[in-house]
Design a protein around this ligand. Structure first.
Ligand SMILES: [Zn+2]
Length: 170
């Protein structure tokens, strides 16, 4: 005679009760994640020093708008994908990756002056703008010029008529 009972059916009532008493495994809570329910972003902003780090988008809006914000963030996950792609691309590849990704929005393509890091920063800010966590749409992020870059363009001041140099007075 073959035993057709499933392993589950062969378990005794005592075994079933013991299994039911076992605590279910605790859900994995990633402490680096934004605590807003369903938010896929990392927590990076601690407003008010509470020790609770929200993502850069949820931190900008009132708690009453969190659910809406989560929805908007999830609706723009395509942009997170582009940002990650550009960030992960090599130094010779990122411009091409960005230009391809933004072929339907040419103003989002990187400026020739933008570095990869500055461009990724702009993508993050533009993402904030699109989900309503930032008022202004950011433009291209151009590197700040250092003094050596400015200096050759500065002409020495011309002589002022009637002025005497201090050296001639002593
Ligand atoms: Zn969040």
């Amino acid at each position: 005679m073959t035993d057709t009972a499933t392993p589950e059916a062969r378990r005794t009532a005592r075994q079933l009760a013991a299994a039911a008493r076992e605590a279910p495994p605790a859900p994995e809570v990633d402490p680096t994640r934004c605590p807003a329910y369903g938010c896929p972003l990392r927590g990076s902003v601690d407003q008010g020093g509470t020790g609770r780090f929200l993502c850069h988008c949820h931190a900008q809006v009132d708690m009453a708008r969190w659910q809406e914000m989560t929805h908007l963030i999830r609706a723009h996950d395509w942009m997170l994908a582009i940002t990650r792609q550009v960030k992960a691309a090599g130094s010779s590849e990122w411009r091409r990756a960005a230009a391809l990704a933004w072929s339907i929005e040419p103003d989002m393509a990187p400026d020739p002056q933008e570095t990869q890091a500055l461009y990724v920063a702009r993508l993050v800010q533009d993402f904030e703008f699109r989900v309503g966590a930032r008022r202004e749409k950011p433009g291209p992020m151009l590197p700040q010029r250092t003094w050596p870059a400015f200096a050759p363009q500065q002409q020495p001041a011309g002589p002022v008529a009637g002025a005497t140099s201090i050296g001639s007075l002593v």
